[in-house]
Design a protein around this ligand. Structure first.
Ligand code: SGN
Ligand code: CA
Length: 549
């Protein structure tokens, strides 16, 4: 009898503690926007916009000021986040061709270990995510107004309204009606905004269209201190933005003013987005953009190139930041829900972007380069009770690290072939356990839109050594401390000889550590060119420019 009693109490105690561990495993809310520059989050920089809700995450937790991506472009960044591996290992080199779903992703591991998993918003993989109990995702890039969703259980359908609000409604609906109280959860809440072509919600158009924003110091950069890659990139606000799609000049106004549709895509882009609006949405749009177009018709004949650059910068910021206003409001709705439902205590909340973005710095929009504005990405993490509120970290952390961080937090072993490091020591204040002093970067999508050349790099807190290859063979070296705007390549400066040599050695060591090499680059390049030969239309002009057939 006594033995039976002892046995029963052991079983009872151990099942209690199992239940406790299961309950203690944290929920994870992973919030990611698309192309959200850190310059447009007030926790980093309050000159452009006030984002009180996103800032709340940093106030409750930690703000990383040196977070970066391994490859600054959408789908490859997402593949690195989900696999914890560099591009050359997970195979997702570009936005054009689908993700290899034989890769193991961390949500699959969380799901196997008993997490309830859900994804809402933009994935951009060309196929559906694995390891999710529920998903409602946009096809490809998705659209801002009346978007279409591909869903796990209800087929594909259109939802009337504004994309950022709808993704949030779906997320809140899942939290309220599908979340199981007895399981920890992983929720991926992924915005399309503020991706090009920057269509703000009806409620924000007028507010932002009348604002004026400070210009960046390098708006009129002539790229003289850099190599061919910066000079040949097609990301300049004056020369490469679409008038209709990006700047919201009506197609008929372009015709009236004799502005050519250079890309053949320009008016189409306008039609693709604005053309989807219902009558009320379109009326609210016209209320603001009709007078803007009329003023433009008057001003255009007398505008110099400098005037046009300035005008385009303001138009760009008005729309880009307008889309962020609704991201911030909606992040607030989700945080409020977590708070009101007792879900803050044991939940890791991450706010990040798939990469950074140029907001007129170097005269650019878009991303891709390892230069700071696109290499760095916002990263704010809250975990009440674990992370000291108001912490800041300037450590070199990357999107490569998310998978292992979440696995460690969930008490799941980290697969040995994952290439990041768990951020846990930085989250919990054990900073001496963090030893990384350099990170690796590799960008592949060339030839393609924006024509940013292939390059790889090593980045330390002080320096950046970059190799541009394929149709050039050029090295660049930047002194991040003395030249934070990266205006002067000092690769050939004798004063940097020793630093340069040391960085070359460290770069080789990093490439070896991560298993990258010139042979792999060559193989990936050939595969990419082969696949391009099989595509038509949009990619073709870029392909021809580099002598493709
Ligand atoms: C589209 C955009 C590009 C952008 C890519 C990739 N043009 O092609 O400006 O670089 O997406 O963006 S658009 O006229 O179609 O908007 S990413 O964030 O998905 O990588
Ligand atoms: Ca992106």
């Amino acid at each position: 009898m006594r033995i039976l009693y002892l046995l029963l109490s052991i079983i009872f105690v151990s099942s209690c503690s199992e239940e406790k561990t299961a309950k203690q495993r944290p929920n994870i809310v992973f919030i990611m926007s698309d192309d959200h520059a850190y310059q447009a989050i007030s926790a980093y920089d309050n000159r452009l916009i006030h984002t009180p809700n996103i800032d709340r995450v940093a106030k409750m937790g930690i703000l990383f000021t040196n977070a970066s991506v391994t490859n600054s472009i959408c789908a490859p960044s997402r593949a690195t986040i989900l696999t914890g591996k560099h591009t050359h290992i997970n195979g997702k080199t570009d936005n054009h061709f689908p993700f290899d779903t034989t890769n193991v992703t961390f949500p699959q591991l969380l799901q196997e270990a008993g997490y309830q998993t859900a994804m809402f918003g933009k994935l951009h993989f060309g196929n559906n995510p694995k390891g999710f109990d529920q998903f409602k995702i946009l096809p490809g890039q998705g659209v801002y107004y009346n978007p279409i969703f591909i869903t796990k259980n209800e087929g594909t359908y259109e939802v009337e309204g504004y994309v950022t609000d709808i993704i949030t409604d779906m997320t809140l609906d899942w939290l309220e009606n599908e979340r199981k109280a007895d399981q920890p959860f992983f929720l991926a809440y992924l915005h399309k905004a503020p991706h090009r072509e920057w269509l703000p919600a009806e409620r924000h158009i007028a507010e932002f269209a009348q604002k004026t924003f400070p210009e960046p110091a390098t708006l009129f950069d002539d790229y003289s201190g850099r190599g061919t890659a910066a000079k040949e990139a097609e990301m300049n606000l004056l020369h490469h933005m679409n008038w209709a799609g990006d700047s919201k000049i009506y197609p008929e106004v372009m015709d009236q003013l004799g502005i050519p549709d250079a890309s053949g895509w320009d008016k189409g882009a306008f039609e693709r987005e604005v053309g989807r609006m219902n009558l009320t949405q379109r009326a609210n749009w016209d209320k603001v953009y009709q007078p803007m177009n009329e003023a433009f018709i008057q001003a255009f004949p007398n505008m110099t190139d400098e005037d046009k650059m300035r005008w385009r910068y303001q138009r760009y910021m008005q729309d880009y930041l307008g889309t962020i206003a609704s991201v911030d409001e909606n992040v607030g709705r989700v945080l409020d829900y977590l708070e009101a439902n007792g879900l803050m205590e044991n939940t890791i909340i991450v706010y990040t972007s798939d990469q950074g973005f140029y907001l007129g710095e170097h005269g650019w929009f878009d991303k891709r380069f390892v230069y700071d504005e696109s290499f760095k990405t916002p990263l704010l993490v809250a975990w009440p009770g674990k992370i000291q509120p108001g912490t800041k970290s300037d450590e070199l952390v990357q999107n490569l690290d998310f998978a292992q961080t979440f696995l460690e937090a969930a008490g799941i072993p980290q697969p040995e072939d994952m290439q990041g490091e768990s951020l846990m020591p930085l989250l919990t204040g054990e900073t001496d356990k963090w030893t990384r002093d350099a990170v690796y970067y590799h960008y592949y999508e060339y030839p393609s839109i924006h024509m940013v050349k292939r390059h790889y790099a090593i980045v330390t807190k002080e320096y950046k050594l970059i190799h541009f290859y394929y149709d050039v063979d050029e090295w660049e070296l930047y002194d991040r401390v003395n030249d934070p705007q990266e205006l002067k390549n000092v690769y050939d400066d004798p004063a940097y000889k020793e630093i340069r040599e040391k960085l070359h050695e460290d770069l080789e060591a990093l490439r070896e550590k991560y298993g990258d090499s010139s042979e792999i680059s060559q193989k990936l390049l050939e595969e990419y060119l082969d696949k391009l030969r099989g595509t038509e239309q949009r990619l073709a002009p870029s392909f021809k420019k580099v002598g493709g057939d």
